[in-house]
Structure formats: C-alpha cells, structure tokens
Ligand binder design. Structure first.
Ligand code: HEC
Length: 296
C-alpha cells in the first residue's frame, strides 16, 4: 500500500532520517535532565562557604579528631568578661553552638535539629519558657552544661572550658525572647569565684586515632609469659602473665633498655600485670627482670 507513494529506497532513507532525529532528541533530553541539573547543583554548592570547624580551648570540638595537646593550664578568667555577653564571647559561643548543639536543638533553638528527631525527651525549645528542668537563668543553663540532665541525651559538656560553657549559656539565652528570670546573687557570686579562682587544668590529650592504635597494640595477641615459673624473678615480678604480656607488647623498645621498661611499667602497677614489688627494684634487679622477660 505504502509502495504506491514512496519507493523502497526512499522509505529506507526516510526511516534512517527518522532514527537520526529520534537519536538526537534522546541525546538532548539526556543532556537536559541529567547534565544540566548536575552543573547547576555544582554551581549552587560552590557558592556556599564551607563549614569551618571551631576548635574548643580544650581541643575537643574538632569534629574530625583532637590534636595532640600537652597538659596545660588555662589562666583564670576575669568574671566581667564572661558574666555579661560581649561580641567576642557571643561570636565564639555561636560558632560552638552551631557545631555542637544545633544538631539537636536546631539553629534557631526551637529544639528541631535533625539529630534531635525521635529523642525522648525531645531537645529543649529555647525560644519558649515552658518545660525547662534546671531553669532558664544564666546560672541554671551553666549548671545544665556542667552536669547534663539525668535520663536524657543532654549530656554534660564539662569537657569544654568554663569560658566556652559560659559563651554557650549566653547564646542559649539569646535564642529566647522571653524573660529568663533574675539571677540569684549567691549563684552569680559563686560563678565569679569559680572563674577568678585557680586556672583550669587541661590534661594531656591525644587524637582518637592514636588512642585506638594504642589500644589495638595493647590487646593484640601477645605471646604469653608461659614459663614464668622457670625464673625466680619472673615468679616474683609477674602477677598476671597474660596481662603482663599484653603490657610488654605495648612498650616499644623495652627489650633493649631497662630504663624504658621501668618507665613504662611503674605508673601502671599492678593493673598492668606486674607486682607492686617491682617499684622498689634496684637498677640491677631491673636488668635481671628485663633479661628474665627476654628469656621467657
Ligand atoms: C544529643 C542531642 C543534644 C545535644 C547535642 C545537645 N542537647 Fe541540650 N538537650 C537535649 C535534650 C534531649 C534536652 C531535654 C532533656 C530533658 O528534658 O530532660 C536538652 C536540654 C537542654 C537544656 C535545657 C535544660 C533545662 O533546664 O531543661 C539546655 C540549656 C541545653 N540542652 C543546652 C544545650 C547546649 C548549650 C548544647 C551544646 C553544647 C546542647 N544542649 C547539646 C539534647 C541535646
């Protein structure tokens, strides 16, 4: 029937032209639906400033890991600089809040952060006065951060420095427009004393990655101190052969120096598997112990 209008060669040419057109449309659609939105998404996200991690004074707020910090003392704080908000304190508090609290309490403090969904009890809504357990005054919020709230996912944040906790307390208050109540002069005097008093001691800290490495090394299957009984010094110095072997596995270089061995063992007695008696060993006895351990 169709042969009456077009010759077979013409029909074939028509069909191939049609195929080319369809192919072209398919390619254009692919470009329009997949490539273009991707490009637009990229341009959109590139404009946003990256989130910069805030480092707490105490080295705890880096979400990736804590840097190695030696034990140090934060100097006492002038109470005036933390009991009333100032721009520097608020800027710091806001940065910490965004990183640490907003996931549960929400950026605006409405208790609607993504990580707070489904928590029982739900994170507090800082914009209304209802439902606060510790209270809304400055000293109350500080106490919440110091102690946490029992029976809820609101934990203690006392690993943050006092100044950082105070900055956060001001930020929490700033998120609610209601009257937060009149401060109790006694409580404020207590806080003043706390801040002006002795500086804050921040202990040695190592990155989590390093701590895990150490733990793993410590608990790696260590060769047991099986023939403890063969050596009098081992009989006397080793309390728990398995634990002692694990301890040794975690001390690099003990094989070559009794000083290294002594320095590593002494602070951990007797939990590290060695007897308290080794604390009184003379250098000669340490040497004997090291030789005994080597020959086990
Ligand atoms: C894991 C989620 C979570 C995070 C993170 C969190 N909170 Fe909370 N917070 C809660 C929950 C849940 C409650 C309510 C507990 C309750 O009602 O017992 C709460 C309650 C509070 C309260 C109200 C205390 C009161 O008197 O009732 C304050 C203030 C507070 N949080 C401050 C903070 C600050 C500041 C931070 C950041 C340093 C923070 N929270 C981080 C979950 C969280």
């Amino acid at each position: 029937m169709i042969n009456r209008y077009v010759s077979p060669t013409e029909l074939r040419r028509l069909i191939s032209t049609l195929l080319v057109v369809v192919g072209f449309i398919a390619l254009a659609a692919l470009f329009g639906f997949i490539v273009l939105p991707g490009l637009r998404f990229q341009a959109h996200t590139a404009q946003e400033s990256p989130v910069v991690a805030v480092q707490g004074d105490t080295g705890w707020l880096d979400p990736t890991d804590t840097p190695i910090t030696a034990k140090h003392v934060l100097p006492p704080i002038d109470p005036k600089t933390v009991l009333t908000p100032n721009p520097e304190l608020m800027a710091r508090g806001k940065a910490l809040y965004g990183q640490t609290c907003a996931p549960c309490h929400g950026i605006g403090g409405k208790g609607d952060g993504p990580a707070g969904k489904g928590l029982t009890p739900a994170p507090r809504n800082f914009t209304v006065k209802a439902g606060w357990r510790n209270g809304t005054r400055l000293e109350d919020v500080y106490r919440t951060l110091d102690e946490g709230l029992k029976g809820s996912s609101m934990v203690s944040y006392n690993f943050l420095s006092k100044k950082d906790r105070m900055a956060l307390a001001h930020v929490v208050q700033s998120l609610g427009a209601f009257d937060h109540g009149i401060n109790d002069p006694k409580a404020i005097a207590g806080l003043e004393k706390l801040f002006a008093g002795a500086g804050e001691v921040i202990p040695n800290r190592i990155p989590l990655r390093l701590a895990v490495d150490r733990l793993v090394r410590e608990f790696q299957a260590a060769p047991g101190l099986k023939d403890r009984d063969a050596s009098p010094i081992l009989q006397e110095a080793v309390l728990d052969p398995t634990r002692a072997a694990q301890t040794l596995a975690g001390i690099p270089g003990w094989q070559t120096s009794e000083q290294v061995l002594a320095k590593a063992l002494l602070p951990g007695l007797p939990a590290n598997g060695f007897a308290p008696a080794v604390a009184g060993y003379s250098p000669a006895r340490w040497k004997e112990l090291r030789t005994g351990l080597l020959g086990r």
